[in-house]
Design a protein around this ligand. Structure first.
Ligand SMILES: C[C@H](O)CC(=O)C(=O)O
Length: 319
């Protein structure tokens, strides 16, 4: 039987941390890792490897915001077959904090950037590659990128050592046609690179777009349990685990994690498909305005919110 070419990268802690400021207990992360490992999920992104020296708000955030290698060894004393990944952002990571892979629990380092910073991101990729890690380049907000910028980026990427290049739908505004178009463009211009996809569920399309990408040859599929991720969240891990054919995945351990960890957490924290996120997704915008609305007393005033975002005149409230 033909085996499926796809691999799942579970981002529950990293992207979900944007919902609760990475306030996950050690037991939560250990149980999640054990469940994903039993389920056969290929990678778990256990947080960010940015430097607290380069970012404000470090004191309030949980430890998954600024991963430390000694801490990680204590959290996962018995690593299984699920590999560990960390994300870094341009300008927020201190290269000196990244140990050689042989001395680290991490297997994969993913570098996130906007299109204008692809050159800087590829320099970091080279450093991490030289230290022995698998690497990805995650180009965020691709729905806002001009063709000429993309073509310029492809030239640099082709000359780089990066293993996997990601199509990232940061605003959750792509549909199946857009996804197919982007995947074909990436395949044409990056014939020797493997591809990944990271989707957001603003328009209830995260799962469907991920499947379209997979069907068109994309290998690394980002997801998170119960879709936990910033604003509308991500493609749910449980859906990929149960749906992808010819794989070794098991759904039961993911259901256990859902029942024990994510369903109770969803009672306290909010993420997922909500109308303000649908509005920003459909307008191809960052969800920050919708997140601010949901945190305010006017959280369900979706008509006024829509009017405000779609009116060219800008009015500021008088203090
Ligand atoms: C690089 C990551 O995929 C960043 C992210 O989550 C985004 O939506 O952007």
């Amino acid at each position: 039987m033909k085996t499926n070419h796809c691999k799942i990268v579970d981002c529950t802690i990293r992207d979900g941390g944007l919902v609760n400021n990475w306030d996950f207990s050690i037991e939560f992360v250990q149980q999640l890792y054990a469940g994903l490992n039993e389920a056969g999920v290929d990678y778990m992104e256990i947080g960010y490897k940015n430097s607290p020296k380069l970012l404000s708000g470090a004191d309030e955030a949980g430890p998954w915001r600024f991963l430390n290698d000694d801490f990680l060894r204590q959290v996962i004393p018995n690593k299984g077959t699920t590999k560990l990944s960390a994300l870094v952002d341009i300008g927020r990571v201190d290269e000196n904090d990244i140990l050689p892979r042989t001395e680290s629990m991490l297997d994969l380092i993913r570098v996130a950037c906007y299109i204008k910073d692809v050159d800087k991101a590829l320099q970091l990729v080279q450093t991490f590659h030289d230290r022995g890690y698998e690497t990805t380049l995650n180009i965020m907000a691709l729905s806002n990128v001009m063709e000429n910028e993309l073509l310029e980026a492809f030239e640099m990427i082709n000359e780089s050592v990066v293993d996997v290049v990601y199509i990232v739908d940061s605003y959750g505004s792509l549909d199946y046609k857009d996804t197919e178009y982007l995947v074909q463009k990436f395949k044409t211009h990056l014939p020797h690179k493997r591809l990944g996809v990271h989707t957001h569920n603003n328009m209830q399309l995260a799962f469907s777009n991920t499947l379209v990408a997979a069907q068109n040859g994309v290998e690394l599929l980002d997801a998170s349990v119960y879709g936990m991720g910033r604003a509308a969240g991500n493609c749910p891990t449980e859906l990929l685990v149960t749906h992808l054919k010819n794989t070794h995945y098991k759904i039961r351990p993911v259901l256990e994690v859902l029942e024990n960890l994510l369903i109770p957490l969803r009672e306290k924290e909010e993420w997922g498909y909500l109308i303000p996120y649908m509005i920003t997704g459909s307008l191809d915008e960052h969800p920050r305005s919708a997140m601010a609305l949901r945190a305010s007393d006017a959280k369900d005033k979706v008509v006024g919110f829509f009017d405000k975002l779609t009116t060219p005149e800008v009015s500021f409230e008088k203090k």
